[in-house]
Design a protein around this ligand. Structure first.
Ligand code: NDP
Length: 247
């Protein structure tokens, strides 16, 4: 996307990024902080979150916060507690990037394993649904709030051997559209980003034989992440945006 964000685009905004310790989420957290946001870093591996925290401090950006949470085992009560803590500490939430996700197991349809399917649906769909739901009261306290979900090309067109992940991403598209419709003409907007093939650990796991140097980096796709999080996109809701229109 050809979008040049103002350096101050996200000043005075508090933004929660899930899966902020690695890959696209890590880069989004750094980028949002560099544009003035106070970023709440949520993820599974504390050491990774602490490393991002240190990088943000080194940028001289607003001091971030860390929420260590494994979305595989988290409960609705955990999300409500988290929302209360954010309310107490920050008074509002301006942005939520639902980015954390798992690939699950790729394989033939008839071999889909129930345990693996449940885990992918738990992390990619159910956890995001109940976290977003719990955060709505603090999102309503912001003047303008942006919720971004992370989709995929296989969330709009199925692909052989990708059932677990593809089904979870179709559900993500449905979650975003339902939420956007329900909050039409309010201060809350919701959209999806389809990042397209991006050089991360998940991509390497899905395509082990691929030359990663042929892929864009997470940094390359940040203009869309900035556009949808900042106020330049207030009129956008209920849409899916491709970070790489040609992929
Ligand atoms: P990575 O695997 O590189 O990063 C995923 C992040 O999610 C990690 O920080 C990971 O934490 C976190 N995470 C995974 N499981 C959990 C969990 N149970 N609880 C909390 N956090 C968790 O993936 P990408 O950066 O590539 O992907 C980011 C998003 O983009 C995903 O939703 C993915 O589906 C989507 N996407 C990616 C594409 C690509 O080409 N890279 C293409 C299309 C969509 P930890 O490191 O601690 O495990």
């Amino acid at each position: 996307m050809d979008y040049q964000a103002e350096k101050t685009l996200l000043e005075h905004k508090t933004i929660l990024v899930t899966g902020a310790g690695d890959g696209i989420g890590r880069q989004a957290a750094l980028t949002y902080a560099a544009h003035g946001a106070t970023v709440i870093l949520l993820g599974k591996t504390v050491a990774k979150l602490e490393a991002v925290y240190d990088e943000i401090e080194a940028l001289g950006a607003p001091t971030p916060a860390i929420i260590p949470l494994d979305m595989k085992g988290a409960t609705v009560a955990n999300y409500k507690d988290m929302a209360d803590t954010i309310d107490t500490q920050f008074g509002k939430l301006d942005g939520l990037l639902n980015n954390a996700g798992q690939l699950g197991v790729l394989g033939p349809f008839h071999q889909i394993d129930e345990k693996s399917y449940d885990e992918v649906m738990q992390v990619n769909v159910k956890a995001q649904l109940f976290m977003t739901s719990a955060l709505l009261p603090v999102l309503k306290k912001a003047d303008k709030a942006s919720i971004i979900f992370t989709s995929s090309s296989v969330g709009v067109k199925g692909r052989a051997y990708w059932a677990e992940y593809a089904i979870s991403k179709f559900a993500t598209e449905g979650m975003m559209q339902t939420l956007a419709d329900e909050f039409e003409n309010t201060s809350i907007r919701a959209n999806c980003i389809n990042p397209g093939a991006t050089r991360t650990g998940m991509r390497a796991k899905a395509f082990p034989g691929e030359n990663a140097n042929t892929l864009v980096t997470a940094e390359d796709i940040m203009p869309l992440y900035l556009y949808l999080m900042g106020n330049d996109s207030v009129a956008e809701t209920g849409k899916t945006f491709k970070a790489q229109p040609n992929r």
